[in-house]
Design a protein around this ligand. Structure first.
Ligand SMILES: NC(=O)c1ccc[n+]([C@@H]2O[C@H](COP(=O)([O-])OP(=O)(O)OC[C@H]3O[C@@H](n4cnc5c(N)ncnc54)[C@H](O)[C@@H]3O)[C@@H](O)[C@H]2O)c1
Length: 247
């Protein structure tokens, strides 16, 4: 069932491809006017053209405060955007012995500081016009699994989950909700082009449901969290991983 997001605006970061693109497409189909922000400017424009429904593509490195401010401002209607989906991330496959400070810092800058920057700007704008907005962060079930070859990445995703909880606590009084979606292994463009693509058989043995996770599986849940139906949910992290992590 499509959520009715008619008249709302949404920003989806890292949506030139993969899970982000599927989320942007779904929110646009739900009625939102979507702005894609991606470090890949050409990819952002191409994804927006492909999605249609008035979607726009913008160049944005989520670790750059000025670029983030411009992205969030561009999606304002009457002073603020309605929905922010923090999806952009660097997803590495790197053994612990090769993790140096440069790699660690890069992952922190993009995967965690990027979420802070969009949230800082968006919540300031939302509060200024009493907008009961939505922030949806894409985490990862690797945080719960402690997946190898991703130490810095897993640390950033733990940070995203912690930040989701704490920000929800602080801004709930303004009617703004903050939730996270935690995907399992998903057959995204990024995964298909990396060694993670070899992990589907192993991960499949850990899942309760058979099959390969698809970007649309994540977009469906983001659509729900952006909808009015999710208005009584905040500070939560929803695992969408075919039951790999059960609690
Ligand atoms: N695919 C999976 O199995 C999986 C599992 C768990 C969580 N996730 C999370 O889902 C999200 C999307 O993953 P994906 O597999 O679709 O990734 P992907 O690699 O296919 O796409 C990532 C996108 O982010 C963009 N990006 C990278 N750095 C950026 C920056 N500094 N600023 C703006 N954009 C930037 C890239 O250009 C790309 O378009 C990420 O947050 C990832 O951590 C993915």
């Amino acid at each position: 069932m499509a959520a009715n997001l008619d008249g709302r605006t949404a920003v989806v970061t890292g949506a030139a491809q993969g899970i982000g693109k599927a989320i942007a497409k779904r929110l646009a189909e739900d009625g939102a006017t979507v702005t894609i922000g991606d470090i890949n400017a050409e990819g952002a424009a191409a994804a927006a053209a492909d999605i249609g429904h008035g979607a726009k593509g913008m160049a944005c490195d989520v670790s750059d405060p000025a670029q983030v401010d411009a992205l969030i401002e561009s999606a304002a209607r009457e002073g603020a955007p309605d929905i922010i989906v923090n999806n952009a991330a660097v997803v590495p496959f790197i053994a612990w012995d090769d993790v140096d400070l440069e790699h660690w810092q890069k992952l922190m800058d993009v995967n965690l500081t990027g979420v802070f920057l969009t949230s800082r700007k968006a919540t300031d704008m939302m509060r200024a016009v009493d907008r009961k907005g939505r922030i949806i962060n894409i985490a990862s079930n690797t945080f719960f699994a402690g997946t190898p070859n991703m130490a810095a990445y897993v640390a950033t995703k733990g940070g995203v989950i912690g930040f989701t909880r704490a920000l929800a606590t602080e801004i709930g009084q303004y009617g703004i909700t903050v939730n996270a979606v935690s995907p399992g292994l998903i057959e995204s463009d990024g995964v298909k082009a990396s060694p993670h693509n070899e992990a589907f058989e192993f991960v499949g043995m850990l899942q309760a449901l058979p099959g390969k996770g698809q970007p649309e599986h994540i977009a469906n849940v983001v659509s729900f969290l952006a909808s009015d139906d999710a208005g009584w949910m905040t500070g939560q992290t929803v695992n969408v991983d075919a039951g790999m992590i059960r609690w």
